[in-house]
Design a protein around this ligand. Structure first.
Ligand code: SF4
Ligand code: SF4
Length: 125
């Protein structure tokens, strides 16, 4: 699913993220889970929403569901809330509204492979 780009800076506290949802639209093997993420997510969410690589290094990723993350709550019309927000992986937490990564995703309409996950504070150092 392709989203149209949106203009303008979002609310830094995340109020616009549910209406935007660009971060949650991406290809397979985009949002990787590390050990802490797996522990936080827990079963049965791990089985239902993630996929483990069949070969070494056996990385685990959020499942891709037709161009979007399987963690998206698709029951809300015209909005993109994360169904596992409190348990979401660290890779989702570091994309801050208004950060370079966020602005690029808003410009493109999705998080393309060329977009690097970066913290705004790291970019300034
Ligand atoms: S692109 Fe920015 S505003 Fe949109 S969901 Fe991601 S962090 Fe939020
Ligand atoms: S886990 Fe939630 S915040 Fe992260 S990409 Fe999936 S739907 Fe978006």
């Amino acid at each position: 699913m392709t989203l149209t780009p949106v203009e303008g800076e979002p609310d830094p506290d995340g109020a616009d993220c549910v209406a935007c949802g660009r971060c949650c639209h991406h290809g397979p093997s985009t949002v990787q889970l590390l050990e802490d993420d797996e522990a936080r997510l827990g079963e049965p969410r791990l089985s239902r929403l993630t996929v483990l690589m069949e070969r070494p290094p056996f990385f685990r990723f959020m499942q891709n569901d037709g161009g979007r993350c399987a963690g998206l709550d698709r029951t809300v019309p015209d909005a993109y809330p994360c169904a596992i927000y409190a348990h979401r992986p660290e890779g989702c937490r570091i994309v801050e509204p208004g950060s370079p990564c966020c602005m690029e995703a808003r410009r493109l309409g999705h998080l393309g492979e060329s977009v690097q996950f970066r913290r705004a504070d790291r970019d300034q150092s």
